[in-house]
Write a protein of this length. Structure first.
Length: 184
């Protein structure tokens, strides 16, 4: 059983949202998740992930989740290539793990490959990721980097509609002189 949780990643000069995956299959897997969910990549967190993956006790979603969490830590540590490899491994194991796809979009974004980032964010949205607001927000950031302000604004509005209390979406709407939509 997995529970999804979010965290904030700093990518370039903007905040993009990542999604750590809770792993219950091993204590090292849980330590890996906790390190990823704190939001600061560290060598000890990556080592916890390495032990969990190398221990052989994780399979399926737990193993894919641990690769996703290690990828988050690699990305936070400034190693987008290692992050990309981990996200791809997670997707190879469990192709329908939307959080791995969302985070792979973050790796593409960090590498300034905005077209691929948008593709992954769109795929995560289509898969109904547990962090749907983050996928829209991140896709908006990528559209913004491409100069497509209309698409960016539409995604920021959608992120705000899904999560009306999220300050990051509100800040982006304010940059576009938009007032956040009222709650239903």
């Amino acid at each position: 059983m997995l529970r999804m949780a979010g965290l904030i990643l700093i990518l370039s000069a903007t905040a993009a949202h990542a999604s750590a995956v809770t792993v219950f299959g091993s204590s090292e897997g849980r330590d890996c998740y906790l390190a990823a969910s704190v939001g600061v990549g560290s060598a000890s967190g990556i080592e916890s992930c390495d032990r969990a993956i190398g221990g052989g006790g994780l399979v399926g979603r737990d193993l894919a989740g641990t690769y996703t969490n290690r990828g988050i830590l690699h990305l936070q540590s400034g190693n987008p290539d290692a992050a990309m490899a981990d996200f791809n491994k997670a997707i190879d194991i469990k192709g329908n793990l939307a959080e791995a796809i969302l985070n792979r979009g973050n790796a593409h974004y960090h590498r300034r490959d905005y077209v691929e980032a948008i593709n992954d964010y769109t795929r995560a949205i289509d898969m109904d990721t547990s962090d749907l607001h983050a996928a829209h927000f991140n896709r908006g950031l990528a559209h913004e980097r491409q100069g497509n302000k209309d698409a960016a604004l539409a995604d920021f509005k959608q992120a705000n509609q899904i999560s009306p209390d999220w300050i990051e979406a509100q800040k982006k709407l304010a940059q576009y002189n938009e007032v956040p939509a009222p709650r239903n």
